[in-house]
Design a protein around this ligand. Structure first.
Ligand code: NAD
Length: 716
């Protein structure tokens, strides 16, 4: 047929079409596919009289990998016409496929996500290989897009507006075959790859002339169309849930998906496809999807491919990890390591404390079982890998030690001084400190080259980021081994150099201090929290300060100020506000009082006395200005981190800021935010200058940024 589709006839008249993009590891919706699928359909239409069915499968390890993300990332509004033309082209071919007049079966030999699942939806029947790697779903929304290859239109007609939105379109869930079968996303599963084609052939023989539901006269959308009474009440509720979930954050993709589904459900199939094209084109050409694709895919890929890993060190595999300190962090780190198959020695001061730490793992595993995510046997296997102990010598066999005792340099140094005599000469010595300088902690040991920071985020079992902190004397070999451990336990690592607060703690402090400073200026606290929500932050900064505790925040900033020799009069204006609250006994949630009031540990509202302490200044707070202050201060400080060598790469900054400290995902991360401001880095500089005039020198754009703006360069 052509070099993309290999063909074979079985049972005299059933055509097996095997997609195999030449020279590529996966099939994607690129130019080669678009040309090949048209040729393929031309030929199929010519030959259909001699065929009784078609089985579509793939020669790659996945069925089809979806859209061409690089192409979509580069698209701008100037490309809208071209994009719409390409989308129409793909839809036309898939429409020709499902209306050939002979049965078409998609035999999913591997993952069929996004465009891959859209192709499968155009088949009359879907059979999947029952393997955990065969994921199906429409994850477009997670890239700020919507399924534009007919997937929005077809799923609405197959499952109904509400189910399609909730199960597939709005959250982009991916399903393993058993779950997909239960939900009706696929029709059948087979245990082995060799079983796929025979099962497809059998179905074709039993179903010689299937018709898609939407091509059946009188077809009605399950659950009704948007004007029917059953949906009329559901849709507003769904829209309101969405608004609540996003808390006002920009979400062009969710809006367009909702619109495409609802509008498309009120018209005929062809018009629905056109509506889908129009909403999808807008998203592909948007800056937001470019931002998300850059951070979620390209920056992530940079990290996952080990671009920050020193060259020349063979990949290592740790067998045993010793976690010292079985408190909140240590217990969770132990669980994550054991779940990844590592043996874990979990040490605390007493065996009871260590057992309690192991109990944390048991609790998580129980919850997973209750949610159907694991069996009692699997839980028992994970748990038996955790050995609780109060005896430090039990750490002797560890390949890596992760210390998570109190945040006190003397206590930590004492632990390491004792440990170094117990463990082997190559054992990696890591601290989970979130603030203490790694280079200083390393002075406690005779082999500082083995010493490194492994900064996990809480809750460790949920937060994917690991900030690896390289001390002055940390060796490349140790860094390589730390990165290998991150891969082993499934964490996304960023690598930063040692400095107060490293990258994540340092930058998040700027965000919250900016909000705190605004309180001091007399801005209504509710407006500050709302501005952050509308900017896309997951938690309001004042609520976050209460969680972190005000004294800890002040200590971190004190440390940084001392390190940089900042004069008292040049301290961040937020510090004075923290001082006042701390003086009033309001150090945060753990103290029962902070910017918010608490009842039984539950946040009940902004502290009513805050208005007396910092009287509101008349005039309306401009939410956009507040949001810009928070976003810009984080980006500017990240640029300083890059200048000072704290950050080693742009992808680390973008990914770390989104995964670790809640920088809004739509921006693509702290440095992509600078690129994507309308007008690019030059416009960012102008706005930063303006903020500096209004709020202080901390907004002054760093010289390196100004140079970049003048040269028209982006942070890549
Ligand atoms: P925690 O107080 O809950 O736990 C500390 C544990 O260490 C306690 O169980 C204590 O008994 C034990 N311990 C003290 N000295 C010990 C010793 N010599 N040997 C063995 N165990 C000892 O504290 P945490 O919140 O789990 O924090 C631990 C570390 O992780 C700190 O350095 C903290 O800065 C860092 N960290 C915390 C967070 C967070 O969100 N809490 C996030 C990142 C990093």
């Amino acid at each position: 047929m052509n070099s993309y589709f290999a063909t074979e006839i079985v049972d005299d008249s059933i055509l097996i079409l095997t997609m195999d993009a030449p020279g590529q590891s996966a099939n994607t919706m690129d130019e080669a596919f678009r040309v090949a699928i048209k040729e393929c359909l031309d030929e199929l239409e010519e030959r259909k009289a001699s065929l009784t069915g078609v089985v579509l499968t793939s020669a790659k390890s996945t069925f089809f990998a979806g859209g061409d993300l690089g192409f979509m990332m580069r698209a701008t509004p100037a490309d809208a016409e071209e994009i719409a033309r390409l989308l129409r082209g793909v839809k036309l071919q898939l429409r020709r496929l499902e209306t050939l007049g002979i049965p078409v079966v998609a035999a999913l030999n591997g993952a069929a996500l996004g465009g891959g699942f859209e192709i499968a939806l155009a088949a009359h029947h879907r059979i999947a290989l029952d393997s955990p790697r065969t994921k199906v779903g429409l994850p477009e929304v997670t890239f700020g897009l919507l399924p534009g290859g007919g997937g929005t239109t077809r799923t609405v007609r197959m499952f109904g507006v509400q189910k399609a939105l909730q199960l597939l379109l709005l959250r982009g869930q991916q399903y393993v075959p058993s779950a997909a079968l239960d939900l009706g996303l696929i029709d059948d599963v087979v245990a082995t790859k060799d079983g796929l084609v025979p099962r497809a052939v059998a179905w074709i023989k039993a179903n010689p002339s299937p018709v898609q539901p939407w091509d059946t006269p009188g077809h009605r959308i399950p659950g009704g169309n948007p004007s029917s009474p059953e949906l009329a009440t559901v849709l507003p509720a769904l829209a309101s849930t969405l608004r609540k979930q996003s808390k006002g954050a920009p979400s062009l993709a969710a809006r367009n998906i909702l619109a495409a589904a609802v509008e498309g459900a009120q018209v005929d199939f062809a018009t629905a496809l056109e509506i889908e094209t129009s909403y999808c084109t807008e998203l592909i050409c948007s800056q937001t999807s470019a931002n998300i694709i850059k951070s979620q895919f390209f920056d992530m890929q940079h990290i996952q491919r080990g671009k920050g890993r020193p060259e020349g060190y063979p990949v290592t595999k740790a067998n045993t990890v010793a976690v010292i300190g079985a408190g909140m962090m240590g217990a969770a780190i132990a669980y994550v390591c054991a779940k990844a198959g590592l043996q874990v020695v979990l040490r605390d001061m007493t065996i009871e404390a260590a057992e309690r730490g192991k109990g944390y793992a048991a609790k998580i595993l129980e919850a997973r079982e209750a949610a159907g995510k694991g069996t009692p046997e699997q839980s028992a296997e994970i748990l038996q890998r955790i050995q609780p102990t109060h005896a430090l010598p039990d750490a002797a066999k560890a390949d890596v030690v992760i210390e998570a005792v109190f945040e006190n340099p003397e206590v930590k140094k004492q632990v390491f001084a004792e440990l170094q005599a117990i463990v082997g000469p190559d054992t990696v010595l890591a601290s989970n400190t979130s603030t203490l300088p790694i280079t200083d902690l390393a002075t406690a040991v005779e082999r500082p080259e083995n010493f490194i920071g492994l900064h996990f985020f809480s809750p460790v079992d949920k937060m994917p980021l690991l900030e690896i902190v390289v001390g002055e004397r940390t060796s490349d070999a140790t860094l390589a081994r730390a990165l290998d451990l991150a891969a082993q336990i499934g964490k996304t690592p960023i690598v930063v150099n040692d400095a107060p607060g490293f990258f994540t703690t340092r930058v998040i402090v700027q965000y919250v201090l900016e909000a705190v400073a605004a309180v001091g200026e007399g801005v209504a606290p509710a407006s500050i929290e709302q501005a952050a929500m509308q900017a896309g932050y997951p938690v309001g900064p004042l609520a976050l300060v209460d969680e972190l505790t005000l004294t800890l925040l002040r200590d971190i900033d004190n440390q940084a100020a001392a390190h940089r020799g900042v004069l008292p009069e040049n301290r961040h204006p937020g510090i004075g506000v923290l001082d006042r609250l701390i003086e009033r006994g309001r150090a945060g949630r753990s103290k029962g009082a902070g910017f918010y009031d608490y009842e039984d540990g539950r946040r009940v509202g902004i502290w009513t006395g805050l208005g007396e302490e910092f009287p509101l200044v008349e005039g309306e707070a401009v939410l956009q200005d507040l949001a810009d202050r928070m976003l810009y201060t984080e980006s500017i400080d990240s640029i300083r981190c890059l200048d000072e060598g704290v950050l080693r790469s742009v992808p680390d900054a973008n990914v770390g800021s989104i995964l670790g400290i809640g920088f809004p995902g739509w921006t693509g991360g702290v440095l992509q935010f600078v690129n994507q401001v309308e007008g690019g880095p030059a416009a960012f500089v102008a706005r930063a200058e303006e903020l500096a005039r209004l709020h202080g020198d901390r907004f002054r754009p760093p010289a390196s940024l100004v140079e970049r703006a003048v040269a028209g360069k982006h942070y890549e």
